[in-house]
Ligand binder design. Structure first.
Ligand code: NAD
Ligand code: UDP
Ligand code: UDP
Length: 310
């Protein structure tokens, strides 16, 4: 079962699981996901999709659960912050209750946002974070932190077999074109010849992982022994400033767009880079796709959207 299976990451995960021969049940309320993302999978007899909001209980029989349901971009998760928190917290309680009843392994898509605006760089899993509990990003950050707590407590109290991944910024085909994230914004702006909107001076940094690398790690994590719970960082440690990203996208798209500066949103983390030593050691995993390489198929996907082929 993949919650959020019609989203960006979830749809790629469903596809990989089906390729491996698994039967996949996709659960999604299409809040930020799109039917287009799973359209190609619907003809596969091993694939089934249910429209369902995970803040409500769900009774199904499954043996592995990937919990990805949650809006992920700041624009989407701040649109209805109460629903974002409900999805992380009530949603986690429901999927954990389900995992407990059917004795399923359960994977949580947590986030680098649990580190907030980090004071330790790069961020190892042992760092407890620097999160504002009452700011605009809190519905997401604190929701994901509470979900991690619930996962650990269901494990300690009820013996549920849990796995937690802390995902760093990821990009690739099937990102939502209007989700306001930096990669989708910059590529759409570049392809339309609109100004590239760098927030602040663009000196803040992020480390971008290509979706295929990330999904490979999810499946490796699920397949680890029961005593491996995580949390484990998953991301690409190659760090870029936002201005560098803008310049690379202009170059790769051959765009004539200018770069303009816009106000920096509140609580915007200044830097972010995963320490992936634990993933290397425990999973034998590291990303293989570098930014320029991964941006090419991503740009091709957005080009289809701009040309209204999707
Ligand atoms: P996305 O918005 O494309 O996917 C989320 C999916 O969850 C969507 O299909 C949405 O419709 C669904 N959803 C939301 N609320 C739901 C609810 N209450 N019930 C059922 N379905 C619901 O985002 P994504 O980038 O694919 O992110 C997937 C997961 O990975 C999220 O949990 C996100 O927090 C986490 N994550 C993503 C990134 C990233 O860079 N993409 C980074 C860190 C963590
Ligand atoms: N739950 C669910 N599907 C199941 C089992 C449980 O959706 O197959 C939900 C149910 O709503 C419950 C929650 O998970 O409230 C937590 O379950 P748990 O067993 O921990 O708690 P309880 O049932 O005692 O509230
Ligand atoms: N950003 C930007 N211009 C945009 C969108 C985002 O400069 O049009 C910046 C944003 O301020 C942040 C970084 O890019 O510093 C990454 O933003 P995103 O929303 O993709 O992810 P997150 O902040 O959650 O890492």
């Amino acid at each position: 079962m993949v919650t959020g299976g019609a989203g960006f990451l979830g749809s790629h995960l469903c596809e990989r699981l089906l390729e491996r021969g698994d039967e996949v049940l996709c659960i999604d309320n299409y809040y930020t996901g799109r039917r287009y993302n799973i359209q190609g999978l619907l003809k596969n007899p091993n694939f089934e999709a249910i429209r369902h909001d995970i803040t409500h209980p769900l009774y199904v029989e499954v043996d592995e659960i990937y919990n990805l349901a949650c809006p992920a971009s700041p624009v989407h998760y701040q649109f209805d912050p109460v629903q974002t928190l409900k999805t992380s917290v009530h949603g986690a309680i429901n999927v954990l209750g389900l995992a407990k009843r059917v004795k399923a392994r359960i994977f949580q898509a947590s986030t680098s946002e649990v580190y907030g605006d980090p004071t330790v760089h790069p961020q190892p899993e042992s760092y407890w974070g620097n999160v504002n509990p009452i700011g605009y990003r809190s519905c997401y950050d604190e929701g994901k932190r509470a979900a991690e707590t619930l996962f650990m407590d269901y494990h300690r109290q009820h013996g549920v077999r849990v796995k937690i991944a802390r995902i760093f910024n990821t990009y690739g085909p099937r990102m939502h074109p209007n989700d306001g994230r930096v990669v989708s914004n910059f590529i759409m702006q570049a392809l339309r010849g609109e100004p590239i909107t760098v927030f602040g001076q663009g000196q803040q940094s992020r480390s971008f992982c290509f979706v295929d690398d990330l999904v490979r790690a999810f499946m490796k994590i699920m397949d680890t022994e029961d005593d491996f719970l995580g949390p484990v960082n998953i991301g690409n440690p190659n760090e870029f400033t936002i201005r560098e990203l803008a310049e690379i996208i202009i170059e790769l798209t051959g765009s004539k767009s200018d770069i303009i500066e816009m106000p920096l949103p509140p609580d915007d983390p200044k830097q972010r880079q995963p320490d992936i030593s634990l993933a290397r050691e425990k999973l034998g995993w590291e990303p293989t796709m570098q930014l320029r390489e991964g941006l090419k198929p991503t740009i091709d996907y957005f080009l289809k959207i701009v040309n209204e082929e999707i």
